[in-house]
Design a protein around this ligand. Structure first.
Ligand SMILES: C[C@H](O)[C@H](O)[C@H]1CNC2=NC(N)=NC(=O)C2=N1
Length: 120
C-alpha cells in the first residue's frame, strides 16, 4: 500500500470494512502521509489528523457539509471537530479495526481536494 500515490488514492473508493484486517503500521502510515499534505499521524499511531482555520463559522460549516457528502459517497466517515467557532479539525481512523486502513488515506487525499475558505 505504501507505493500508492495521491493520484492513485483519489481515484480509489473506500471499501466496506467490518474488521478482520490488520491496521496499517505506523511506519507505512508515515510514508503515505509524506504525499498527503497537512495530515499528521497521532502519537499512538491509530489515527491521522489535519486542522484548518476557516474564514468564519459558515465557511467551517460549508466545508463540513462537503466532507459529509464525500464521506457518504465513500461509505467511510471521519470524526469532525469544530472549536472556537472556526477551528476545524478532522480525524480519520477505521473504527472497525481500531486503527488505520487504506480507507483513511483515500478519504484524506479526497478531503484535500475540497475547497475551504480559510482565514487570511
Ligand atoms: C459497512 C460499512 O463500511 C461500515 O459500517 C463503515 C461505515 N463507516 C465507517 N467509518 C469509519 N471511519 N470507520 C469504520 O469502521 C466505518 N465503518
Amino acid at each position: 500500500m505504501s507505493t500508492l500515490t495521491v493520484d492513485e488514492l483519489v481515484r480509489k473508493k473506500c471499501s466496506p470494512c467490518e474488521g478482520g484486517i490488520p491496521p496499517v503500521p505506523a511506519d507505512e502510515a508515515r510514508a503515505l502521509l509524506t504525499h498527503i499534505e497537512g495530515w499528521k499521524l497521532a502519537d499512538d499511531g491509530t489515527r491521522i489528523k489535519r486542522s484548518w482555520t476557516a474564514k468564519n463559522f459558515m465557511a467551517a460549516i460549508d466545508f463540513f457539509n462537503k466532507v459529509a457528502e464525500l464521506a457518504e459517497q465513500d461509505g467511510h466517515h471521519p470524526d469532525l471537530h469544530l472549536e472556537g467557532y472556526r477551528n476545524v479539525s478532522i480525524e480519520l481512523w477505521t473504527h472497525a479495526i481500531g486503527g488505520l486502513s487504506e480507507n483513511d488515506f483515500i478519504l484524506a487525499a479526497k478531503i484535500n481536494q475540497l475547497p475551504i475558505k480559510i482565514k487570511k
